[in-house]
Ligand binder design. Structure first.
Ligand code: PRP
Length: 207
C-alpha cells in the first residue's frame, strides 16, 4: 500500500479531486462518515486525512509515503522530505501586514506577531532588520490592533481579513501553494509508482 496523507478540509478535497482525475481514485472516500482513512486495494493506495499542518510530520517520519502540504509549512518547519511538485492550488502569499499608515522606525526593534517564526526571522535577517518575534497560534490580525506588535507576518489569500480589520499588506515575502511531498526512503522504494503519480498529477496541476 502507498500511504498518502491529505490535508483535511476544503483544500484537501480539491487535491483529492486531482488525484482522482489523475487515475488514483478511491470511491469510498465520498461516503458520509467520520472515517479518516480510505483504501483502494486494487490500486494499492490508502488515503488519510490529517490536520494540514501535520501532513509534513507524517511524511517526514514515513507514516505516509507521500502527502500534500502548503509551502508555508515546508518553509516554516523544514521537514526532511522531497518536494516533488507544485500543485498550483491553495494559492496565497506570505506577507508582512500592518496598519495602512505604518512607518517603520529603524531606531526601534520591530515587534512582529506571527505563527511563522522561522519565516519571519529568515525574512528580516535577509533585510538586516532587528526584530522581536511574538509567536501566536491564530487571530494574528489582533496583535497590531491591540498594540501587541507593530506588524504581522501571515498568510493572505483574498485580503478580506486584513481589510475588515483596517490592516494592509506592507510587503510580500513569498508566494505559497500546495506541494506534493515524499518521504525520502519511500521515494527510493516506490520510485516508479511515485514518479508515475507525479507525472499524472503534473498534468492536473497545469490543467
Ligand atoms: C488565515 C490567515 C488569515 C486568513 C487570510 O487564517 O492567518 O487570518 O486566513 O485569509 P484572507 O486573506 O482570505 O482573509 P486561518 O483561516 O488559517 O485561521 P487562523 O486565524 O487560525 O490563522
Amino acid at each position: 500500500m502507498l500511504n498518502i496523507a491529505l490535508p483535511k478540509g476544503r483544500l484537501g478535497e480539491k487535491v483529492y479531486g486531482m488525484f482522482e482525475r489523475a487515475g488514483f481514485e478511491c470511491p469510498s472516500i465520498h461516503e458520509e462518515n467520520r472515517k479518516l482513512f480510505f483504501e483502494n486495494e486494487a490500486l494499492g493506495i490508502r488515503y488519510f486525512w490529517v490536520k494540514p499542518s501535520d501532513v509534513a510530520i507524517y511524511v517526514a517520519r514515513g507514516a505516509a509515503d507521500i502527502g500534500v502540504a502548503g509551502k508555508d509549512i515546508l518553509l516554516e518547519y523544514r521537514p526532511d522530505v522531497y518536494e516533488l511538485l507544485d500543485l498550483n492550488v491553495g494559492k496565497c502569499r506570505m506577507c508582512v501586514a500592518g496598519p495602512k499608515d505604518f512607518r517603520d522606525d529603524p531606531a526601534r526593534t520591530l515587534r512582529v506577531a506571527t505563527k511563522f517564526s522561522h519565516i519571519a526571522t529568515d525574512y528580516y535577517t535577509s533585510t538586516g532588520r532587528d526584530i522581536d518575534v511574538i509567536g501566536l497560534n491564530g487571530s494574528i490580525e489582533l496583535a497590531p490592533i491591540l498594540g501587541l506588535s507593530d506588524v504581522i507576518v501571515d498568510i493572505v489569500e483574498t485580503g478580506t481579513t486584513l481589510k475588515e480589520n483596517n490592516l494592509a499588506v506592507l510587503e510580500t515575502i513569498v508566494p505559497i501553494s500546495a506541494r506534493l511531498i515524499a518521504n525520502k526512503a519511500s521515494f527510493v522504494f516506490y520510485k516508479t509508482r511515485i514518479e508515475e503519480l507525479t507525472r499524472a498529477l503534473a498534468k492536473e496541476a497545469t490543467a
